[in-house]
Design a protein around this ligand. Structure first.
Ligand SMILES: Cc1cc2nc3c(=O)[nH]c(=O)nc-3n(C[C@H](O)[C@H](O)[C@H](O)COP(=O)(O)OP(=O)(O)OC[C@H]3O[C@@H](n4cnc5c(N)ncnc54)[C@H](O)[C@@H]3O)c2cc1C
Ligand code: FES
Length: 379
């Protein structure tokens, strides 16, 4: 439902407008620029959203509520949206996992956890204000519940990995699905637990919701050891919290150690296909630190060379060598860094697969060199 803050053209009307413009030889992008003088949310090709509320969740995380323009096609709980923000003159893109507000298709909230030294997460926490307009993409991603509500579901989250799980839980509660949901949620402590109060309230009023909050840094990367034993994700915890865990769809989002533990447990149980994983940060390259490969890259009829160590992504290696390489999200999602592999081999860090041979597309931000490479930039 559109309201006074939401322009009233429907997505299909937007599509027709775009078609007419192209038919009459008018660039939809130029038309967008004119429309955006009236309202930045009234664009046909580029999508925007207005920040309509901002609130602190924890000392390190902030929620932004956004009103999307009419061309936004809505989202499924658990999906992500790419946000584009210009910081110090450079456009950066990052994914965030929105949750619908009151079930509306055009209004959603994101909760952003600050990362130490992180560009976008600190910008969104500190500098973004109510009234700001942010460029967004349509929602995407397959970390979503089955279309027909399952009888039971298991969600496992660590830290900011709670955001897509919260979108799913709110959806199940709002739609009065007959699903029994268990959430196992690791955080350093209550102060850092995003949505702590909302989850307590949800557990109070939703009898089919089994909420297991665990204070533990055992699954958190780069946290020095503590004096006390820390709870990890293991079979004993799963058997206790969700005895049917081997039979139900399971979702896990959080730090790499938590997701590695879940992946191994589900593989060992022979039910790997039942586990859905969402990584917020790509895996670190684990290649040979001593192996340094030579990368040749052709872009716009110019060929440049740089060295790529086996323990760096090709994007970082190129940037370290002083090159400006086309990129967007740095997370393997937007494909702006895609190159064609003419020769050589790379490791895809999102799947662990080795990619060889002529003509294969590779994403520089989530690939590590395994040999000398000859690449052609596609952007
Ligand atoms: C599908 C998807 C959904 C996401 N949803 C959310 C969400 O709802 N809320 C949210 O807060 N974030 C989410 N993220 C992470 C988000 O996209 C950014 O990666 C994060 O905000 C950091 O961006 P930055 O620009 O601040 O950090 P950068 O400047 O890109 O990186 C700075 C430093 O932080 C490290 N770093 C980056 N991201 C992480 C991370 N997630 N965990 C640990 N270290 C990291 C980097 O290795 C680097 O050292 C999601 C990511 C993906 C891929
Ligand atoms: S920068 Fe987005 S996929 Fe590589």
């Amino acid at each position: 439902m559109a309201d006074s803050s939401s322009p009233s053209l429907t997505p299909s009307a937007m599509g027709r407008v775009s078609g007419w413009l192209t038919h009459w030889g008018i660039s939809p992008l130029a038309f967008d620029d004119t429309l955006s003088l009236i309202s930045p949310l009234l664009t046909v090709t580029r999508l925007h959203a207005r920040v309509i509320a901002k609130q602190s969740e924890t000392p390190g995380a902030t929620t932004l509520v956004l009103q999307a323009g009419s061309a936004f096609r809505g989202l499924r709980p658990g999906q992500f949206i790419l946000f584009s923000v210009v910081i110090d003159g450079v456009r950066h893109r990052r994914a965030y996992s929105p949750r619908s507000i009151d079930g509306r298709q055009d209004r959603f909230a994101i909760t952003v956890q600050r990362q130490p030294g992180g560009l976008m997460s600190n910008h969104l926490n500190e500098r973004t204000q109510v009234g700001d307009i942010i460029e967004i993409d349509q929602a995407g991603g397959a970390f979503t519940l089955p279309t027909a509500a399952p009888a039971e579901v298991l969600l496992m989250a660590g830290g900011s990995g709670i955001t897509p799980c919260m979108a799913m839980l709110e959806h199940l509660l709002r739609s009065q699905a007959p699903t029994r949901a268990t959430l196992i949620y690791f955080a350093r402590g209550r102060e850092d637990r995003i949505f702590a109060q909302a989850l307590d309230d949800m557990a109070q009023r939703w009898p089919q919701f089994n909420y297991v909050a665990i204070d533990s840094v055992a699954n958190t990367a780069n946290v020095p050891g503590t004096q006390t034993a820390q709870q990890v994700l293991d079979i004993a915890l799963l058997d206790q919290a969700a005895p049917q865990w081997r039979q139900v769809p399971a979702y896990c989002c959080g730090p790499a150690p938590l997701m590695d533990a879940a992946r191994q447990l589900w593989l060992d149980a022979g039910i790997g296909a039942q586990l859905h994983l969402e990584a917020f940060a790509p895996a670190k390259p684990s290649g040979d630190t001593h192996a340094v490969h030579t990368v040749q890259m052709e872009r716009a009829h110019q060929t440049r060379s740089f060295s790529a160590p086996g323990d760096q992504t090709i994007l970082i290696a190129g940037e370290t060598a002083g090159l400006t390489l086309k990129h967007g999200c740095r997370q393997g999602i937007c494909h702006e860094c895609t190159c064609r592999l003419r020769s050589g081999s790379v490791r895809d860090l999102t799947s662990g697969a080795r990619i060889d041979g002529e003509g294969q597309p590779i994403r520089l931000c989530v690939s590590a060199a395994m040999s000398d490479l000859d690449l052609e930039s596609l952007n």
